[in-house]
Design a protein around this ligand. Sequence first.
Ligand code: C5P
Length: 234
Amino acid sequence: MTAPVALALDAPDLNTACAWANAVNGIFSHIKVGLETYLRDGAVGVAEIRAAAPDCALFLDLKIHDIPNTMAGAARSVAVLEPDILTVHAAAGEAGIGAVAEALPETRVAAVTVLTSLGTLDLAQLGVSGTPEQVVMRWARLAVSAGARAIVSSAQEVSTLRALLGADPLLITPGIRPAGADHADQQRVVTPADAISAGSGLLVVGRPVTAAAEPRAAAMDIATQAVQALRGVR
Ligand code: C5P
């Protein structure tokens, strides 16, 4: 079985992205293509990456945020890539999220709530009241009622989100580090097993694999930890 993990392909060039994607093929369920790669390599590059990892589903992390009509148009522009997951900003509001969900009914629209780089003061400066945790819950509920079928959040918020949102939405969590690994610039990290046990349905992992001396072996190790935790949860 492949593990419910997405490899974050934050790569400096297309060849590297393809090599990383190939290293997790058959091990991780998803490859995550973000703005760095998409803006440089475009849809043609994404197709090359997919060819390097034919067994992985595509998680397109474009964090779309605009007026509803433009968001729907942007979503239609990537329909040809058949993304399994496409991210939008929850801050775009109900109509924008709904427009993307309607434009790509086969794709799971994932809402990014409050960026983890923002604290309470940043939110206050923006005129948004409450702590980041309170805003995450408020926006997650709105996003799901608007048509999002997944929420991106810190693994530390997963159990509260699960209680709030019920069993359906996929909870996607970055900031995952295998036990004993280097945290790099991530402050609040969670192990694969703990994230799965808390209710995360898809882990996002980047550097623990891409910066490893043996990416495929590192991916196998993380996949094993995730699958073992999943068996414990079920
Ligand atoms: O290398 P690392 O495992 O830290 O990669 C994490 C990935 O998850 C990156 O693509 C990053 O943009 C993304 N991400 C994150 N924290 C968030 C949201 C997304 O690290 N709060």
